[in-house]
Design a protein around this ligand. Structure first.
Ligand code: NDP
Length: 336
């Protein structure tokens, strides 16, 4: 078996200095445990936070710990009632080829219900994040304008399509021309703007002639600064992520723009709402039913990027933090 563990806390971009691959003995299940073989490993931006010792909403890892992560696995050996070899499960096995589980947090998956990898993306944590963030905190009404950043990614592509299904006008912000084309031409967003192009704030304003009612915040940085002045009175800003800052090791250069931002919060009566998807777990049943229906009807589609081999995980994770991924990023650890 093999695993990737945190060897040292990175400053800035994590590399193979901080995340090391090693061979380990195949684990042996005790009574009450199953041995899992990892098929798919989900790579998600939150993992960067686990590599940092600063306080966050979840405990950070310590040097030597196996990197955490959501996985789709096959049961190889079972000494746990209710599980048999050949069962497919959603599990938190982390960055490794094999793992033991006592059943805590496992959910059985039926391959007849569609591709197994979707349980890590559109039908999994990122899709659920889009669903609860937009519905519970964005509170969209038909005819409103939604801007979503990291628009072509795992969360963003679901946010925009759900917004369209609810009758909103949706504008995506993404970091590459092909990503902008994907969200407009394939996903049906009303417009998309590339934040890496000169004149981005003006282009975004032109794409939002009626202002912005909901900004689904995934990135922070210059994108946030360009959207904020476009917010309408009583606008809502679900704060889902701030990926532009995850590798920061020093505060950004001045001037201090916080007073001006707070001025807009007051005069436009904006609602910022930070949220974490796991606080809404009671909506999981609704989500699986509704998103499952949209997928079956072809009303929601999705793109994922599957990278082969655990040994390519660190490189792929760097790509997630720099915008190289095209859709939900998944590692194929073992044969499916
Ligand atoms: P994506 O699939 O969207 O991949 C990350 C994308 O972020 C990249 O492709 C890139 O797209 C964009 N990005 C990277 N660096 C920057 C930067 N410096 N400035 C602007 N954009 C950047 O990831 P997810 O959909 O999985 O996650 C999206 C966001 O949602 C993240 O912030 C994540 O932390 C957050 N999240 C929050 C959850 C919650 O419970 N609150 C749960 C799940 C995710 P581009 O090329 O367009 O820049």
């Amino acid at each position: 078996a093999r695993r990737i563990y945190l060897a040292a806390y990175p400053q800035g971009m994590p590399t193979t200095e901080h995340l090391k691959l090693e061979d380990i003995p195949l684990p042996v299940p005790a009574e009450g445990q199953v041995l899992l073989r990892v098929i798919y490993l989900s790579l998600d931006p939150y993992m960067r936070g686990r590599m940092s010792p600063t306080r966050s909403y979840a405990a950070h890892l310590h040097p030597g710990d196996t990197m955490v992560g959501g996985t789709v696995c096959e049961v190889m050996e079972s000494r746990l009632e209710g599980y048999a070899p050949g069962d497919f499960v959603l599990a938190g096995a982390g960055w490794q080829t094999h793992a033991l589980s006592d059943g805590t947090g496992l959910r059985k998956l039926d391959p007849a219900h569609g591709p197994l990898s979707a349980a890590l993306g559109v039908l999994g944590m990122p899709g659920f994040t889009a669903y609860v963030g937009l519905l519970e905190h964005g509170k969209p009404k038909p005819g409103e304008t939604i801007v979503v950043s990291a628009a072509s990614g795992a969360v963003g592509q679901a946010v925009g399509q759900i917004g369209r299904l609810l009758g909103c006008r949706v504008i995506g912000v993404a970091g590459a021309e092909d990503k902008c084309r994907y969200v407009t031409e394939t996903l049906g967003f009303d417009a998309a703007v590339n934040y890496r192009e000169d004149g981005f704030p003006e282009a975004l304003a032109a794409a939002c002639p009626d202002g912005v009612d909901i900004y689904f915040e995934n990135v922070g940085g210059p994108v946030f600064e360009a959207v904020l002045p476009l917010m309408n009175d009583f606008g809502r800003i679900p704060v889902c992520g701030r990926i532009a800052h995850y590798n920061d090791s020093a505060p950004p250069p001045g001037p201090d723009r916080l007073p001006a931002a707070m001025g807009l919060v007051l005069t436009r009566r904006l609602t910022f709402r930070g949220f974490l998807q796991f606080d809404h777990i009671e909506r999981m049943g609704d989500f699986l039913r509704e998103m499952g229906g949209w997928l079956a009807e072809g009303k929601v589609i999705y793109r994922e990027e599957i990278v082969d081999g655990l040994e390519n995980t660190v490189d792929a994770f760097q790509g997630l933090l720099t915008g190289r991924n095209r859709g939900k990023l998944v590692i194929r650890v073992g044969a499916d």
